[in-house]
Design a protein around this ligand. Structure first.
Ligand SMILES: Nc1ncnc2c1ncn2[C@@H]1O[C@H](COP(=O)(O)OP(=O)(O)O)[C@@H](O)[C@H]1O
Ligand SMILES: [Mg+2]
Length: 254
């Protein structure tokens, strides 16, 4: 199953969710591929040694722009069962470069995944904070969508945008088979603001919101800077417990 982690807002824990859901599934024994589709290359920076530089032709850029096969650029990680596909800062130009392409510019990632899809139980895609062609390519390639939403501050505009994203994908026939696995509340804490936002989300999106919430927890941030996931960095932390519960919910969703 291909799952996109997307929200056009930055700083809502897309990357953190992508890394830890992918790692958690891999630890549970599933074969997982994590794709970094964000030009900010955050996933890539976590899994690549700081001194190693990813060449353009070893990145997702070459696949999306030059129709290069995905297989040769897949890398192993230190996590058993977890492979990843690196991003490159030049991915930021993909919107412009593909704008002039006529052939299937929204379905390039889906095409690239076809030959390798059978090798994995789950393919998790981390996305940029935008609704450009990179995110569109991911959504077209996916069967499921997880939308992290931060409850750290109240933003009704975020809710409206989010609803627009969901409607766009469902109504524009980009990918009629895409199902929204759920909205996950992130950065939750025992404040009125956090509780209010969570309440609003549950009221607005009803059963679409995962029961599990991801609390503000420094272990999640520390794991990134230690080039790993939270289950290795702090297996008993609140963050690790929360992502474990989220994965269980994802596995239980029909
Ligand atoms: N639950 C959390 N508690 C504390 N820090 C978090 C949590 N989730 C993410 N972070 C940190 O917040 C920042 C933004 O998260 P990130 O996953 O990069 O968001 P996005 O990919 O949506 O921009 C990062 O520095 C990350 O380490
Ligand atoms: Mg990110």
């Amino acid at each position: 199953m291909v799952i996109s982690i997307a929200n056009q807002k930055g700083g809502v824990a897309k990357t953190t969710t992508a890394i830890n859901v992918a790692a958690g599934l891999a630890l549970a024994g599933y074969k997982v591929l994590l794709i970094d589709a964000d030009p900010q290359t955050n996933v890539t920076q976590v899994f690549i040694h700081p001194q190693v530089e990813i060449q353009l032709d070893q990145s997702l850029y070459n696949v999306l722009v030059n129709f290069a096969p995905l297989s040769p650029i897949i890398r192993a990680t230190t996590v058993r069962n977890l492979d990843f596909v690196p991003s490159h800062i030049r991915l930021s130009g993909v919107d412009l470069e593909l704008a002039q392409a006529f052939d299937n510019r929204s379905a390039r990632l889906r095409q690239a995944l076809q030959p390798i899809q059978n090798r994995y139980d789950y393919i998790i895609i981390d996305n940029p904070p935008s609704l450009g062609l990179l995110t569109i390519n991911s959504l077209v390639a996916s069967q499921g969508l997880i939308i992290p939403v931060s409850t750290a501050f109240f933003a009704l505009t975020g809710l409206v945008q989010l609803q627009e994203t969901i409607t766009m994908v469902q109504q524009h026939q980009l990918n009629p088979t895409l199902s929204i696995l759920g909205v996950v509340c992130t950065f939750t804490e025992a404040t009125n603001v956090s509780r209010d936002v969570e309440g609003q989300l549950r009221q607005h999106f009803e059963g679409l919101v995962f029961e599990t919430t991801i609390p503000k927890n420094v272990a999640l941030e520390e794991a990134h800077s230690n080039h790993t996931h939270v289950f290795e960095h702090a297996p008993t932390s609140k963050g690790a417990e929360a992502y474990k519960a989220l994965i269980q919910e994802v596995l239980n969703r029909p």
